[in-house]
Structures are given as C-alpha cells and as structure tokens.
Design a protein around this ligand. Structure first.
Ligand code: C2O
Length: 511
C-alpha cells in the first residue's frame, strides 16, 4: 500500500562547531554498519548497509551532513561491515577475488566536492574493516573536506572499484549540503530548517522476506556470470521509506532532491499540476529562476514506479514565508576564449560475436590505462564527448565543473565509428565531417555549472570545463596536482562498477 509511512528527515550532522558564535572546523567519525531497515510498514525489515555515527543511529540514506562555506570538516569514514556482502558480488573482478573473505572494500566519494585527491574517494583507495586491507591508491583514514566552494547540495556515496553498484544498492549514500549563510541568507530562500528538506530518491526491488533483490545472473552468462549493466526496482524509496507521505503546511518548501538510483531517471511532477520552481542543480544554483515544472513527460512505466510520494496539505491557511528571488547567485560565466586546450573523448563498446558489448572504453582505453588527461589547475578546457554507444551516458567529472555548450548529432555514424575503432583518434577520423546533424536544446535547468550531464547516444556534446573555483578568482585551497589524481566516468547514475561493465569507471583518470 502506498503512502502509509511518513517521510523521515535523515539525522542531520553538523560538519562544524560553533565557538563564541564563530564557526570552526570539526572532526567526525562516520561508520558503515550492517543492520536491519524497515522500508515499508508491510515489508519485513531488510538487511542493509548504513552510514551513521553508531550502528544504532545509522540510516538509509545516511545522515545529512551540513557544512559551512570555508569551514573545514574532517571525516574518518570507518568500515564496520562483515566479510559477507548482503548482495551478489561480481566474482570476476580482481578485488573481489583478492579480498574475498577478508572484508568488503568501501571508500567514500563526496560527489561534487572540490578536495584533494587523497580525500576524493578514488575507486582504488578502498579499505576493508578496521583498514585492514586497502587498495593501491589508499593513503589516509581521515578525509579533509575544505567546503571552500559555492554553496549547494551534494551527496556522498560509496565509490569502491567493482563494488560501487552493490554498496550503494545496499544503502551507502547520503546528502551533504554546503551552506553559505552570508550569501544565501539574503536571497530569502527557505534555508537550513524544517522547510528545507533533502529528498534522497531511489528505486529498489524486494523479496517477500524483505531482502533487497538483485539478480545475480548475467544477461548473457556465457560472456559474464553477473553482467547486468542496469538495476531497476519497482518500489520508489524516498529517505528510506517506500512511497512515503509528508504532512506539509500550506507554504513554500525547499526540497533538495537527489536521484540516488542506479539507472532510473525521474521527471518529477505533482499530480495536481501544481508547479515548482527549480533553483539549483548538481552542486550550484541556477542564475535565474524561470525553469518552471511540470516538465514535458512521457508515459509512466507502471502504476508503482510512476509514484514517488504524497504530500498532505494540512491547513487552508497559507503562511507566506520565503520568496524566490529573481536573481539567485551569479557565477563567473564560461568564457570560451580562455580555454587552453580542446579534448575529444569518445565512448564506444567493443562487441563480442555474441551480441552483447564486452568492453566499454573511453578513447579505446581501459580504466587501468595510465592517466590520459592532464589539465592544469586554474585553467579551462573544451571537451567534446562523443557517444558512439547506444545508451545515454551521464558523464561525471570530479574536481571540475562544466557548462554544456552544445549537443550535435553525428551523421554517418557507422563510418565514423569504423574509423574510431581503428585509430582511436577523433581528429584523425575527421570528427568535423560528421558533427553536423540535429542540435538538441540544453534545457534551461541544465544550463548552469554542472558535474553530470547526459551524453546523448550518437551525439557529440561540447562542454566547457573549469579546473578552478566558479565563485571566485582564487585557486583551490590545496594542491590538486598530487597523486593519485581524479577519475571522470559515466554515472548511470551509480553503476560505476568494473571496466567490463557498462557505465562504469571505465575511464582513465586525469590529474
Ligand atoms: Cu558520484 Cu565518481 O561519482
């Protein structure tokens, strides 16, 4: 039955202390625990992996971490997980075989965060219980978050090589908000209290005993025992409850909506056609507020997964608080003339004789290949992302933010693809000859600074990437050039699993 559990607000943890009215840095310890979690009144409790300050307080999603602009938060992420995973674990991935029975590799990435590589949650910086075993890129137990970036909504999630998908399906994700009171306060937006609510949304399937369902058999087991590139479930979970309801007052609310699904895209609408105003995306505000929903939508897939949650408006009396300013925050606009480099980044699949793609590479390179992109801190670049696969791949860049400039369909794509398969070089293959088909429009709510954008199949998407702060002239408050570098990858939204799997950390890294 839908709408029987009340929406929860996840525990909020402050990433700062206040001493004599001044915000000062804070150190936190957040653990990962196996526990039971009730997703729905009528479903037996499910085994999950949950983040929290203790097993008892751990939740799915994890606590919302509230940080203050420019005030450092130090987090020691601790792995208290047992040696056996609650979900099927891809047996073909090297880390699975080497760490089997020695613990579950985990590592936390703050998605959208601008921090040194040692604190970025590199997929190979994973560690097991009590830091007993760790991956080749592991350097430190405590991550340093500078919070020295534009205010906005981010999320933290597991990022371990080969296990990201299952660890997130098991529950390892949560919201992270950077607040900048002196900049956001004057905007008059609802902010930081009861009416400013993160909504972490994902889909899951369950067995009748409550356990989270994940198929452990591949689409084509003869080429891969567990390869099922995408995960879809019919139950839509918001803040850890399936199709919850929320009692609201007749007033403005601010929702910070995070799609933490593996592969499901959402177009959110109110069924009574009420509109809402989109004020921000990825980790940055929009400059203006004119992107009104409902968004043009297709047919819902089915009765279950087309519903998300229910709002019950409790009073007739409208409380007038909070307004939406015409101007939000103005960042430095992208100045294309400052781009110091142009890169061509092509995705394509190498199919086996059976009709299943076997490798998804970037510019013909696997994840294990040496670093390929070496932009300089403080510079900007143009990246042309060429998607020769059949799927939409949301590209995610760590450390940099970008603005989408244009998205153009490729003509004679098979010919171009044929050349790319041989040469792995878009310039030699004369990309310009092929990039003059239809243009898609960058919708207004995706026009700002972003860290993920949907790369349409058969299109070349041109983005302006900035490797410096977008809200000021200053450079990063740390040395971003140190090892081990950053990854850029597909984020469908989360299945960054093994290179052999679709939408994975198949990309080489950059420094
Ligand atoms: Cu949200 Cu590298 O990931």
């Amino acid at each position: 039955k839908m709408f029987v559990d009340e929406l929860q607000d996840m525990p909020r943890i402050k990433g700062y202390d206040v001493i004599n009215g001044v915000h000062v840095p804070k150190s936190l310890k957040i653990g990962m625990y196996k526990k039971k979690w009730k997703f729905h009144r009528d479903l037996p409790a499910s085994e999950v992996f949950a983040y929290g300050t203790s097993r008892h307080t751990a939740t799915v999603p994890g606590p919302t971490i509230e940080a203050i602009y420019g005030v450092d938060s130090y987090i020691t992420w601790r792995n208290h997980l047992p040696s056996k995973h609650i979900l099927p674990w891809d047996p073909s991935i090297p880390i699975a075989t080497t760490t089997f029975k020695k613990g579950i590799p985990t590592v936390v990435h703050l998605h959208g965060g601008i921090d040194e590589p040692q604190s970025d949650g590199h997929s190979e910086a994973w560690f097991t219980k009590h830091f007993k075993h760790h991956g080749p890129k592991w350097t430190t137990k405590t991550y340093h978050y500078h919070n020295y970036q534009h205010p906005g909504t981010m999320w933290y999630h597991d990022h371990a090589m080969g296990l990201t998908r299952v660890n997130i399906l098991a529950g390892l994700m949560g919201a992270y908000v950077i607040q900048q009171p002196n900049v956001e306060g004057p905007l008059g937006l609802i902010y930081g209290e009861e009416y400013d609510r993160p909504l972490v949304v994902f889909d899951r399937g369950f067995r009748s005993d409550g356990s989270i369902y994940m198929n452990s058999t591949g689409n084509n087991p003869s080429i891969h025992p567990q390869w099922q590139p995408e995960y879809f479930g019919d139950a839509i979970i918001v803040n850890g409850k399936a199709w919850p309801y929320m009692n609201v007052k007749r007033r403005k609310y601010r929702f910070r909506i995070i799609n933490a699904s593996n592969a499901r895209f959402f177009k959110f609408v109110f069924t009574n056609n009420m509109s809402f105003i989109h004020v921000a995306s990825d980790s940055a505000y929009h400059e203006t507020n004119d992107a009104v929903y409902p968004y043009p939508s297709g047919d819902p897939v089915n009765e279950e997964n087309s519903k998300v949650m229910k709002f019950i408006i409790n009073s007739d009396h409208e409380v007038q608080t909070g307004h939406i300013p015409h101007k939000l925050i103005t960042y430095r606009p992208p100045d294309i003339s400052t781009a110091s480099n142009t890169r061509y980044i092509a995705f394509y699949e190498y199919a086996s004789d059976i009709d299943e793609p076997t490798h998804l590479y970037i510019n013909g390179k696997s994840y294990e290949a040496p670093v390929t992109e070496m932009p300089k801190v403080g510079t900007s670049e143009i990246w042309n992302i060429i998607n020769l696969t059949e799927d939409n791949h949301p590209l995610h860049i760590h450390l940099g933010l970008f603005v989408v400039l244009e998205q153009i369909e490729l003509v004679n794509i098979e010919e171009f693809k044929g050349c790319m398969m041989k040469l792995n070089d878009a310039i030699k293959c004369k990309i310009d000859k092929y990039s003059h088909g239809k243009r898609t429009k960058v919708v207004i709510h995706e026009k700002g600074w972003k860290n993920v954008y949907k790369m349409m199949p058969g299109y070349v998407t041109k983005i302006f990437v900035k490797f410096s702060l977008i809200h000021s002239n200053e450079s990063y408050p740390f040395d971003a050039t140190a090892e081990p570098g950053y990854v850029y990858h597909c984020h469908l939204p989360n299945s960054n699993s093994k290179p052999i799997e679709c939408c994975c950390l198949s990309s080489p890294t950059y420094r």
